[in-house]
Write a protein that binds this ligand. Structure first.
Ligand code: DP6
Length: 349
């Protein structure tokens, strides 16, 4: 027999960024972060997990290619889920798995991303969220979403935020075991669903410095990161929560852009410096700044993760349509600059 479960998880885009760990093994961050989860029909991972007595080892395929599960992150997620597994019974097919059996059974995992892996579009976030969620479904884990987020966090920090839709805060927590370092939903996907997110895919090449390595080097060498995590982010988190609660786009955009720019400043303050953005990214920032200044109030928010692709957030469909027109005019698709649009919520443009 074979038993399967499938799940789909969207990626999330941080508007107050996570950068820096206080515990590398447990993936505990040095500051809180806030993100917005994209609509699952756009950037997402779909994972099917299967168990059968015929499987002789755990195996995983990503986009059809086998990848190694020997890394600590996969092992930790698998172990945590197995230790919480429940009884599973399928009377019709005569399958009965007791919770104590899960330790002896092996799983096969097949995962697909519908977007470029490791190009700064947070593929690990959707990937680990989906892995944990599908395994929990297969193994009948009856934990609340917050607890599952703490497991996904041990796969990749940002993954914990993808277990919820809408606006999500990852609370850094205080406990040394990481039990309180979990994601909480600030507002669901309906709360501010006239926002439109457009991702300008500037390059789908794999980034040179992974987030994991980059943030380790920043923690070790950047004085600005220490200032950011202790002095700037705690206040910014409160302001961002308020901007989201009141749907105050001006404040939301101002805080989002400032946080992205400070994160990239930290990367430059790291020794040796890390460059995630390229010339096109810089041109996009200059253009958005000019537009916002010309209008007198922010029209569009921009943010860049650990890669050159721009995530642009417009307050409504009209501005988004205008933004797309302007992007296509100033940054026409070419081999280097490819633009794709994605939307949040029920909106489409
Ligand atoms: C810039 O979650 O990919 O996207 O925890 O080492 O797997 P690990 O790092 P990861 O880092 C994401 C960094 C970021 C900001 C963010 O998503 O908050």
């Amino acid at each position: 027999w074979i038993l399967m479960a499938t799940a789909r998880s969207p990626t999330n885009i941080a508007v107050v960024k996570y950068w820096g760990k206080r515990d590398e093994a447990l993936i505990l961050p040095i500051n809180d972060s806030i993100s917005v989860t994209l609509d699952p029909s756009h950037l997402c991972t779909t994972t099917t997990v299967a168990v059968s007595p015929k499987f002789d080892r755990d195996q995983m395929w990503l986009n059809g290619k086998e990848i190694s599960l020997s890394g600590g992150r996969y092992q930790r997620c698998l172990r945590e889920i197995r230790s919480r597994a429940g009884d599973v019974e399928d009377e019709e097919r005569g399958i009965c798995i007791g919770k104590e059996d899960w330790g002896k059974l092996h799983v096969h995992i097949a995962s697909y991303n519908n977007f470029p892996t490791a190009a700064g579009l947070a593929s690990s976030a959707a990937g680990f969220a989906c892995l944990v969620y599908s395994l929990a479904k297969l193994m009948n884990v009856r934990e609340e979403q917050g607890k599952l987020s703490a497991i996904a966090r041990q796969g990749s920090g940002s993954a914990c935020r993808s277990l919820f839709g809408g606006f999500v805060k990852w609370e850094m927590g205080k406990d040394s075991t990481g039990s309180d370092s979990i994601a909480v939903q600030l507002a669901d996907e309906k709360h501010w669903n006239d926002l439109v997110i457009i991702i300008a895919v500037v390059s789908s090449r794999q980034k040179e410095t992974s987030s994991t390595t980059g943030m380790r080097e920043s923690v070790e060498t950047s004085p600005l990161l220490h200032y950011r995590s202790t002095e700037v982010v705690p206040k910014r988190i409160l302001q961002m929560e308020e901007a989201i609660r009141t749907r105050d786009f001006s404040s939301f955009a101002r805080l989002t852009c400032a946080d992205s720019n400070q994160f990239h400043a930290v990367c430059l303050d790291t020794s040796p410096p890390i460059f995630y953005m390229n010339d096109t990214s810089h041109r996009i920032i200059s253009y958005m700044e000019k537009w916002n200044r010309f209008e007198g109030t922010p029209q569009v928010a921009y943010t860049f993760d650990a890669g050159p692709n721009a995530v642009l957030i417009a307050p409504n469909r009209n501005v988004a349509a205008l933004l797309l027109q302007r992007l296509l005019f100033y940054f026409p698709p070419s081999t280097d600059t490819e633009l794709k649009s994605f939307v949040l919520g029920d909106q489409s443009i």
